[in-house]
Design a protein around this ligand. Structure first.
Ligand SMILES: [Zn+2]
Length: 481
């Protein structure tokens, strides 16, 4: 299946990008550079990328310093001085800056160096081997997000090598501690060394750059905001006793089950922000269904229809319609023959930038109060959601550069469902525009089964990580021209 999609892609790619010169010798150009230049770019990007994948940065404990040191060495060899800074010696961040020849805005390329743990027995190749095979680079962090780190570093090196003929500054920050805990990485930098990373435009990860084929177009996601955690715990109290005498009226366990069922099956009131409405218009081809989805009163029913017809699009649209309640941890009782007096459930709840934690708590009460159970509520983890505006000069530049190379590309600004470090940059530097975007041009989201982050056999097409480096370099030149 992997090689199938590879060959499919190469065929499409060649058709899209090949240009034959009128001279005696034909020249193949790939995304506007000749084959030899492409090959040398590929060698440089993949060489650095593989070295990053080979340094294990599983978080916890992270140990990102080894990876940051690889980047510092690579950049130094290209004339760019980087500094290692951080709270702990084993969890350093790498920050580097290339100054342009004229004053102008600051563009920060950033990303995290840590990865989630690899479920090694499920992998086809050793997860920290940095294997290159079947047209892919494989490894834990191959799409989340050592690919983007390598591509950004190569873009920065190429800008520096070429004489840095641009306005403003290009900053590169490869950070620790994103996957669990947020103490040593981007937030630490914003708090303790703001002068190193404060920027006008920030490019990071976060679903952006994945695409879907829709109506003859390649619709690329652009993450301009993200939902926030509003994770909470529901506790129930009841009458304890001997397991041989059922307690049906005041059972903490039965009441908790009732609460979990009610929340897990509940569709919170729909919110359709202008951003979500625009996203629906780009993704849902059936105009009737799109109109229903944009009407808060009909959106939930329409989302059920969409889920049955196009689950991959529903998976992108539905979380944008409001809070999500996902029960994940249940606990009650110690031994099988004693009825416990207490039970609790943790609910992974994510809320939109348009919502507040207080509103969310009120929604939970509106679901649980009518059930007639003895319940209480406690926050587990709460962050404030945030988002950057769009369009901006950064989104215009992303679109311009992408459409030059991928003529059918359309950008779809959206709010990502999961946490990224962009929220810290937006919080500490309220004027900054922070987006998630790294183009995976060769494979659609469907071909990537929705995305490969946090999965066994995490891998990226060699040509995609190579193109990402070219894209970031072109983006800097376009935005800072
Ligand atoms: Zn990530």
């Amino acid at each position: 299946m992997q090689s199938g999609s590879r060959y499919h892609w190469h065929a499409a790619h060649t058709t899209r990008s090949a240009r034959v010169s009128t001279g005696r010798f034909s020249t193949l150009t790939i995304y506007g550079i000749d084959e030899q230049q492409w090959k040398s770019l590929e060698t440089e990007v993949v060489g650095l990328f593989v070295r990053l994948l080979q340094v294990e940065t599983t978080n916890p404990p992270g140990n990102e310093t080894g990876c940051a040191a690889v980047l510092r060495e690579y950049l130094a060899a290209n004339g760019v001085d980087g500094v290692l800074v951080g709270d702990l010696p084993q969890r350093q961040n790498l920050v580097a800056r290339v100054r342009g020849k004229r004053p102008g805005p600051r563009l920060l390329f950033t990303g995290h160096l840590d990865t989630v743990p690899a479920d090694t027995p499920q992998w086809t190749v050793p997860p920290f081997s940095g294997t290159v095979q079947d047209g892919y680079v494989w490894g834990c962090g191959a799409t989340d997000m050592k690919n983007q780190i390598a591509a950004e570093a190569v873009a920065v090196a190429r800008l520096a090598r070429s004489g840095a003929d641009f306005a403003g500054d290009v900053i590169f920050a490869a950070t620790a501690d994103e996957e669990v805990g947020v103490d040593c990485g981007a937030r630490w930098l914003c708090q303790n060394r703001p002068e190193l990373v404060e920027s006008d435009y920030i490019l990071n990860e976060g679903m952006g750059g994945l695409w879907l084929p829709i109506d003859g177009k390649q619709v690329f996601l652009l993450a301009i905001g993200e939902k926030a955690f509003a994770q909470f715990r529901i506790s129930t109290r009841g009458t304890g006793g001997h397991g041989s005498v059922p307690e049906r009226e005041h059972s903490a366990v039965i009441d908790l089950a009732t609460a979990v069922l009610a929340l897990g099956r509940y569709d919170p009131p729909a919110i359709v922000s202008p951003l979500t409405a625009q996203f629906i218009d780009l993704l849902v081809v059936d105009r009737d269904l799109a109109e229903q989805l944009k009407d808060p009163l009909r959106a939930r029913a329409a989302a059920h229809v969409l889920r049955a017809r196009q689950p991959e699009i529903a998976g992108l649209v539905e979380p944008l319609l409001g809070a999500t309640f996902t029960p994940t941890i249940l606990s009650a009782g110690q031994v099988v023959n004693v009825i416990p007096t207490h039970a609790e459930a943790d609910i992974d709840c994510r809320i939109l930038p348009e919502m507040t934690p207080d509103q969310t708590r009120a929604i939970v009460a509106s679901v649980l109060d009518p059930l007639g159970i003895d319940w209480s509520f406690e926050w587990v983890d709460v962050t404030e959601p945030n988002a950057s505006p769009a369009p901006t000069p950064l989104s215009a530049s992303i679109e311009r550069v992408l459409q030059r190379d991928v003529p059918d590309a359309v950008l779809a600004p959206m709010c990502a469902g999961s946490f990224t470090d962009s929220r810290w940059f937006r919080e500490y530097f309220p004027e900054a525009i922070a987006y998630g975007f790294a183009p995976f041009v060769g494979e659609s989201m469907a071909e990537m089964s929705g995305g490969r982050d946090h999965s066994p056999d995490e891998r990226i097409l060699v040509s995609d990580v190579t193109y990402q480096a070219l894209f970031f370099e072109r983006l800097a030149r376009d935005l800072l021209s």
